[in-house]
Each structure stands twice: as structure tokens, then as C-alpha cells.
Design a binder for this molecule. Structure first.
Ligand code: MLT
Length: 272
């Protein structure tokens, strides 16, 4: 079920399914929205409460201010407010992909009591280089100029999905990019450009953590993900074969199987 809440006078759209069991909070990447997790919803809602927001500025959580910067900390503040609104006081399994992982670091820093465990998919811990940040600002400006997501699709699609991917995945990503407000896409690009290096946080993470990457991931490659995940005490690292940056879309069966097998450990109902 899709519901639009109001957080700080801001529309905030959230998908929810499942009536009982531990809470799984699915946090999408860029330029995506809650629908990125469509292949997970039915699978996990049978025995979990599934919550998948559209982060501020993306999907149905539209903004209209062309000059905004939506930081990763702001997203964490929104998620904390959302959980309060939904009267969820128990800690959640936070499943973040790419930008969703950037938000996870802010959640672990500012709201550690909200986290039962972390699933960090296809994500990075370092900040953008000056060149990468400048590229994002340029892309934001160009997107506002042309008033469509086309330039973002052109730049991002070859990085998100391997050339061999099914055309239906390309179309799904395009649809999600097109569902967002133009101001929101620009604000999100600026927010990612402003994100801090979170490497120093890693040794202080104490919740069970699963890092999932893809063999062909061009944005967060296996060697990089393996290196940062080894700095989180007890973290488990898995590289899924044959997929790029979006395993929940590209390889849902393997992704769901891995998450299903890991959930007893992630929810504290079984040791690792
Ligand atoms: C994402 O998937 O969220 C983005 O690729 C992250 C990024 O561009 O750094």
C-alpha cells in the first residue's frame, strides 16, 4: 500500500506491506524510488513488516525548490521522523542500496538506537572526489536547464547496469528516474556531492552487518566493498556473480535467497 505522509510540510511517499514480524526498512538508490525493491516486497512481506520510502525529492516525495541540497543526514532525519510517525519503536533491519547506504552511515551515526542490523548493498563509504562532486553539480544544472531526467539517464544507466542486462531493467530504471521532480533530482545530486567520508565510523558499528556487492558493479566494485566491510567488526561480505550495481532488480532470486538466509542472524533470532 502506498501512503503519502507529511514530514516537515513535505510530502513523503511510503510503500508498506506485511502485518507482523521484524521491520525491514528498504532504502533505495539514485535516481530510483521505492519501486526499486518491487521484487522483494511480496517475498518478504509474508513474514515481515516491509517499509520502503521514496526519499525526499525522489518518486512521490516531490520537492519544487530548484536550489535545494538534500543531504544524507536530512534523509536520516526523515527516516527517524517516519518511524516515529508509524509508531515503530523497535530497531529495524536497514537495507540500503548505494545512496541508501550513504544514508545508512548517517543513521548509524545519529540514530544508532533505530538499527537492529544493516544490509549495505552496492555502496561506498568514501566521499566524492572534487572531480566527481563537480560532475554532479554540472549534471544538476543541466537537468534543471533541460527540465527532464534524460541527461541523468544517459550518464547513470551505463554505470548502474552492465551492457548485457535485460532491456526490461533499463526501462524500469528509466521509469523511476522519470517519476521524480526535476528539482528533486538536482537536490539529490547536490546532496550526494556533499556527503562526508564515513570511514572512521566503520569500527564503531556493532550491529550485524551484511555487505552485498555485484561482480560487475562499476560504482562500488567488489574489491572496494570488501576492503571497507572488513573494517566493520563481524561484518559478512558477499559478492553476487553476474550482476552489476542493482542486484535486487538484476538478480532478485539470488538477492532474496541471500537475504532470507541471513535474516535469522540479522534479526537476532539465530547466531551467524
Ligand atoms: C546510486 O545508485 O544510488 C548512485 O549510483 C550512487 C552514486 O551515484 O554515488
Amino acid at each position: 500500500m502506498l501512503t503519502t505522509y507529511t514530514l516537515e510540510h513535505q510530502p513523503y511517499q511510503v510503500y508498506r506491506a506485511g502485518m507482523e514480524g521484524p521491520v525491514l526498512l528498504f532504502v533505495h538508490g539514485f535516481p530510483l524510488n521505492h519501486a526499486q525493491w518491487e521484487n522483494q516486497f511480496l517475498h518478504f512481506a509474508a513474514s515481515h513488516r516491509v517499509i520502503a520510502p521514496d526519499l525526499r525529492g525522489l518518486g512521490g516525495s516531490r520537492i519544487s525548490d530548484n536550489d535545494m541540497v538534500v543531504t544524507m543526514e536530512q534523509h536520516a532525519d526523515d527516516l527517524d521522523a517516519l518511524l516515529s510517525e508509524l509508531q515503530i519503536n523497535e530497531p529495524v533491519v536497514f537495507i540500503g542500496l548505494s545512496m541508501g547506504g550513504y544514508v545508512a552511515w548517517q543513521m548509524a551515526k545519529k540514530y544508532p538506537q533505530r538499527l537492529r542490523s544493516l544490509v549495505l548493498c552496492h555502496t561506498r563509504v568514501v566521499a566524492d572526489t572534487a572531480e566527481q562532486a563537480a560532475g554532479r553539480h554540472q549534471l544538476a544544472a543541466e537537468t534543471l536547464r533541460i527540465q527532464t531526467s534524460l541527461k541523468i539517464e544517459e550518464v547513470m544507466l551505463p554505470r548502474l547496469l552492465p551492457a548485457s542486462t535485460d532491456q526490461s531493467h533499463v526501462e524500469a530504471v528509466r521509469q523511476m528516474a522519470r517519476s521524480s521532480s526535476i528539482s528533486g533530482l538536482a537536490a539529490t545530486l547536490r546532496g550526494m556531492a556533499a556527503r562526508p567520508d564515513m570511514t572512521n565510523l566503520l569500527p564503531s558499528i556493532t550491529v550485524p552487518t551484511l555487505a552485498i556487492c555485484g561482480e560487475y558493479d562499476a560504482i562500488s566494485p567488489p574489491a572496494e566493498m570488501s576492503a571497507w566491510s572488513s573494517k566493520i567488526p563481524g561484518a559478512r561480505f558477499v559478492s553476487l556473480p553476474g550482476v552489476g550495481h542493482l542486484s535486487p532488480i538484476e538478480g532478485p532470486h539470488a538477492f532474496n535467497q541471500l537475504l532470507t538466509e541471513s535474516l535469522p542472524w540479522l534479526t537476532g533470532t539465530m547466531s551467524r
